[in-house]
Design a protein around this ligand. Structure first.
Ligand SMILES: Cc1cc2nc3c(=O)[nH]c(=O)nc-3n(C[C@H](O)[C@H](O)[C@H](O)COP(=O)(O)OP(=O)(O)OC[C@H]3O[C@@H](n4cnc5c(N)ncnc54)[C@H](O)[C@@H]3O)c2cc1C
Ligand code: FES
Length: 271
């Protein structure tokens, strides 16, 4: 883990209240694994003592890309950080996705801003990642990746083209039917599992009700699934117990033991 002061290289509004910030952070980029996050101090001084956690969207050489949605004061302040301003970051933090096996067919499920940790994962799985790590699957194993990308409306569908550019198949679900399947992306997954051959693994990130549905489907079809959980955080490094969730093995800290867990680890009715 590093604590760095990173320069803002750009910070752009991509649609509605969604932004992409690019920070200069070689240390974090070189050491990041898909599914890990950074903890950002959005402003100096005591007004915002708590840092805010954000998934690593894309560590491209020395440029750390983060995709975020403005939902409150912290993210609003972040959206106002201009080029060349400095931000204090801790990272990379947490346990990311487990990629040791060789997968043939993989489904990624993203609900809204939950797409954020999945791009770096797809990039690593498809060998588009310049960094060779012990998690990089050998070139001979290039899984077939399908991303089910869900949001309320067409305007909230994020980054579909980025995944297409990697070579992933992208299928869209919107709750209002303005693009693709009409309904929840978790229902779209249920229908996909009924109609097509089962994947070797499901990776997902999104709101808790979506993840609960994915846990049910995983049990029904005996599908190994890894999910990234979002909890409000204090320290981000495992010390304050502010982010614990109930799990089969007791309490787990989302910041240190996660944010990525297998669906079977979590007691979903206690979440
Ligand atoms: C591991 C992890 C990775 C994350 N990755 C991203 C990401 O890549 N992009 C992104 O936009 N957001 C991400 N989040 C959520 C992000 O941290 C929160 O949206 C942010 O901290 C809100 O700060 P705020 O001051 O703007 O909102 P606040 O004023 O603190 O809260 C506004 C609303 O957001 C909810 N909220 C606050 N903190 C969290 C949180 N940690 N998790 C879920 N809901 C929260 C509150 O309940 C409230 O409804 C992630 C969270 C975690 C735990
Ligand atoms: S946020 Fe402090 S233990 Fe997780």
């Amino acid at each position: 883990m590093y604590q760095v002061v990173a320069e803002v290289l750009s910070n752009k509004n991509i649609t509605l209240n969604y932004f992409k910030i690019i920070l200069n952070s070689p240390e974090i980029c070189q050491n990041a694994q898909p599914g890990q996050f950074v903890h950002i101090k959005v402003t100096a001084g005591s007004a915002f003592l708590l840092r805010r956690p954000f998934s690593i969207y894309n560590p491209e050489d020395e440029k750390l890309e983060i995709l975020y949605q403005v939902v409150g004061k912290g993210t609003d302040l972040l959206s106002k950080k201009e080029k060349s301003k400095k931000l204090d970051l801790l990272g990379p933090l947490g346990q990311g996705f487990e990629l040791k096996e060789n997968f043939g067919k993989v489904i990624l499920v993203a609900g809204g801003i939950g797409v954020a940790p999945l791009y770096f994962l797809a990039k690593r799985l498809l060998n588009h990642d310049s960094k060779i790590s012990d998690q990089t699957p050998p070139k001979s194993y290039r899984p077939k990746i399908t991303l089910l990308l869900g949001a309320r409306t067409r305007k909230q569908i994020l980054c579909a083209q980025d995944f297409k550019n990697l070579g992933a198949t992208v299928k869209i679900a919107t709750e209002d039917g303005s693009w693709g399947y009409k309904g929840l992306v978790s229902d779209f997954l249920a229908e996909t599992l009924l109609r097509y051959s089962k994947p070797d693994l499901v990776f997902a990130c999104g709101p808790v009700p979506m993840l609960k549905k994915i846990a049910q489907l995983s049990r029904k079809y005996r599908l190994p699934s890894q999910i990234s959980l979002e909890q409000r955080m204090g320290c981000g490094i495992g010390a304050c117990l502010g982010c614990v969730v109930r799990a089969r093995e007791g309490y787990l800290r989302v910041c240190k033991d996660g944010p990525v867990f297998t669906v079977n680890q979590i007691l979903w009715d206690r979440l």
